[in-house]
Each structure stands twice: as structure tokens, then as C-alpha cells.
Design a protein around this ligand. Structure first.
Ligand SMILES: Nc1ncnc2c1ncn2[C@@H]1O[C@H](COP(=O)(O)OP(=O)(O)OP(=O)(O)O)[C@@H](O)[C@H]1O
Length: 350
């Protein structure tokens, strides 16, 4: 195994009666950014702290760069962590903050100075070394925290919700910077977030966790285009989930939706009750019915400039649709018909 890889073999973590992590197997390739994504309490931070050595596992083995670090304390692991609360020392200058870890390691001052300058340059903060953290914006402070982590030349960079203290606009900017630095330095990074858009934007791979285990892992496109459950379909992007009966399973399927027979060119393994996944922007709304459309009534219409959002009442429940604005938008109370491209539809288990 090469430098920067991370491997979990059957790792579990219990806090007394609480199972924070069921047996987990992980393989993170060097130089990739992998996100742990999931709802509150699913075990993301626990997983990160196990990599850092801040918690011992209850069972299983952890490898970094091919070395078994299961019983190695945090100080000796080649990882650095960036926290959501930047955790900069307010009374120290930016340069002192960035050099802190190196000073603690007793690196001579003459070596620390150029490393700090290089670190600040890497995050685009040349010339900021003499300022105090309070003299920087939130985004700049988080870049200082990233610089402080990377000057230690970690094999693995750990980021725990690094953007949650930033406002929405800045968040996008800083996430692009973090991704750019990670790719330029070919760092292995593990990134924790509960924000699916952020995860999609920065990751090579996403590990979605639920109830202390992996629900699905893959590239952002794998998860969006081939969700393996209703939970993933709903969690990664907006999705309408409609109850259907699968009458023929296999590489392509036949379904019955609201009494209509349809053939879909998508794979599903079992017959019986399932969910049809329809993305809001893949729906087509028309005034006329066709053989494969669903009748609906517009219960809410919102014009947002670049798109129109509709909430539609149907026999199968509420459906959310997004269309591009046109000259003749539908109004609340209009009767419409919903169509979709069978090639874009997916089936997931209930
Ligand atoms: N030190 C601890 N003592 C007891 N229980 C803990 C401890 N740390 C975490 N837990 C429990 O373990 C489970 C997983 O927690 P964890 O912090 O890993 O979740 P998370 O996915 O990071 O959540 P969040 O997004 O809210 O930070 C939760 O049920 C949590 O309450």
C-alpha cells in the first residue's frame, strides 16, 4: 500500500451502550478527497476521530500508508485536522499560528519561517503573517487553519465540517479553495459534512452513512444516478419517490404506476412494491394528457427567475417539479399532466 492510503478493517466503536460505528471496512486511495456524508449522529465524526487516533476503536484494525496504526497515539500519526471552529490562537499572529505545530515538534526557528511562508503562499495568504486572527475574515481564518494543517506535511488531511462557521456565499468560495489545494498537493483528505451539495462539489468519492454504517459509497455521479435506496435518492439531490409495483424484474423492468403499465430501461432485482425515483428537473408538464402521463393539479407555483418550481397534487401524493420559465407558466389550480423520460427514471426499494 502506498503513502497516504487509509484502510479500515472491521472497525467498530461503542460508547458504553451506544453503537457509534458498526463493523466498517474502508479503503481510501492516496491523493483522493473522500467525504463522509450523513445525517446528525450517523458516525461521521467518530470515523474521523478514529483515523486521527483521538479515539481507540472497540475492535478492528486501522492502517495509514499501509502501516497498522490501530494502537499508535494521535501524536505519532501523520495526520492533521482542520476543525469547524478554526481553533486559531487569538493572541498569536497568523505566522505563529501556522508554525505552531512545527514549533511544538521542536523544529528550529530558521526552518519554521520558510515553511510558514510556503504554507501561507499555498493558501493565498502571502503577506498576512504579522496579522492577528481577529484582523482576518472568516474565510481567511479558515485558510490559516488549512495552512497550519498542511505545513505539517500530513499523509492524510482530516476536515471536520470546515465550512460550517462561514456564511453561504463564502462557503462556496472556500470549498473551491480547499479542493484546489488538495488536488495541487495531491493530498489524501477525509472531509466530514452533512451538506450534500458541498459533498458533491468537493469529492472524488462520497461515503454516505446512516445509523452507524455505510448506506452507499461512490462518486457523486454514482450516487445521484444510481441510488441504491430511497434514503440515498432523497438525500443526494431532490427526488420524488412514487409507489409502484414492479411486475417484471431484471436488466430492464416493467412497472405499474397509478394503474398504468410502463417499461423502463433500468435494472431492478425484485418484483413487488418499490419506489420510482423522479428528479424534479426531469419532469415535463403539459396541458394535454398522453398515454404515459400522470394527471395533476398545481397547488403551488413559484417563479424564481431562472426556474419555476411547482408543487403538484396527484393520486400518488405530492410531486415537486422544476421547469425553465416560459411565456405561459402554469398557475395555482391548473390541471396539468406530468411526463418523464423512462431512461432517466430509477427504481429503488421501499
Ligand atoms: N464521547 C462520546 N460518548 C458517548 N457517545 C458518543 C460520544 N461521541 C459520539 N457519541 C455518539 O455516537 C454516535 C455517533 O456520533 P458522531 O459524532 O460520530 O456523529 P456525526 O455523524 O458526526 O454527527 P454530527 O453531524 O451531529 O456531528 C451518536 O449517537 C453520538 O451521540
Amino acid at each position: 500500500m502506498t503513502k497516504g492510503s487509509v484502510r479500515f478493517e472491521g472497525v467498530t466503536k461503542h460508547f458504553d451502550d451506544v453503537v457509534a460505528l458498526k463493523p466498517l471496512d474502508l479503503d481510501i486511495a492516496p491523493g483522493t478527497l473522500v467525504t463522509l456524508l450523513g445525517p446528525s449522529g450517523c458516525g461521521k465524526t467518530t470515523t474521523l476521530r478514529l483515523v486521527a487516533g483521538l479515539e481507540p476503536p472497540t475492535s478492528g484494525r486501522i492502517f495509514i500508508g499501509g502501516e497498522d496504526v490501530t494502537h499508535l497515539s494521535a501524536t505519532y500519526r501523520k495526520v492533521s485536522m482542520v476543525f469547524q471552529s478554526y481553533a486559531l490562537f487569538p493572541h498569536m499572529t497568523v505566522a505563529e499560528n501556522v508554525g505552531y505545530g512545527l514549533t511544538v515538534k521542536r523544529m528550529p526557528k530558521s526552518e519554521v519561517r520558510p515553511r510558514v511562508e510556503e504554507g501561507l503562499a499555498m493558501v493565498g495568504l502571502e503577506g498576512f503573517g504579522d496579522r492577528l486572527p481577529s484582523e482576518l475574515s472568516g474565510g481567511q481564518q479558515q485558510r490559516v487553519a488549512v495552512a497550519r494543517a498542511i505545513v505539517l506535511e500530513p499523509e492524510v488531511l482530516l476536515l471536520d465540517e470546515p465550512l460550517s462557521n462561514l456564511d453561504a456565499k463564502l462557503r462556496r468560495h472556500v470549498r473551491e479553495e480547499i479542493r484546489e489545494i488538495q488536488q495541487r498537493l495531491k493530498l489524501t483528505a477525509i472531509y466530514v459534512t452533512h451538506d450534500q451539495e458541498e459533498a458533491m462539489a468537493v469529492s472524488d468519492r462520497i461515503i454516505v452513512m446512516k445509523n452507524a454504517e455505510i448506506a452507499q459509497e461512490g462518486t457523486p455521479a454514482d450516487l445521484y444516478e444510481r441510488p441504491n435506496s430511497a434514503f440515498i435518492a432523497d438525500f443526494i439531490g431532490d427526488a420524488n419517490l412514487l409507489p409502484v409495483d414492479v411486475t417484471r424484474a431484471g436488466e430492464t423492468v416493467d412497472i405499474v404506476v397509478d394503474g398504468r403499465q410502463m417499461a423502463l430501461p433500468t435494472a431492478f432485482a425484485t418484483t413487488g412494491q418499490a419506489n420510482l425515483v423522479l428528479r424534479p428537473h426531469q419532469l415535463r408538464l403539459t396541458r394535454e394528457a398522453a398515454a404515459d402521463t400522470l394527471p395533476a393539479e398545481v397547488s403551488y407555483a413559484a417563479y424564481l427567475g431562472n426556474q419555476v418550481q411547482y408543487t403538484l397534487t396527484t393520486a400518488l401524493g405530492e410531486i415537486f417539479a422544476v421547469t425553465v420559465p416560459d411565456a405561459n407558466p402554469f398557475q395555482k389550480g391548473d390541471r396539468v399532466h406530468i411526463g418523464f423520460d423512462p431512461a432517466a427514471a430509477r427504481i429503488v426499494s421501499v
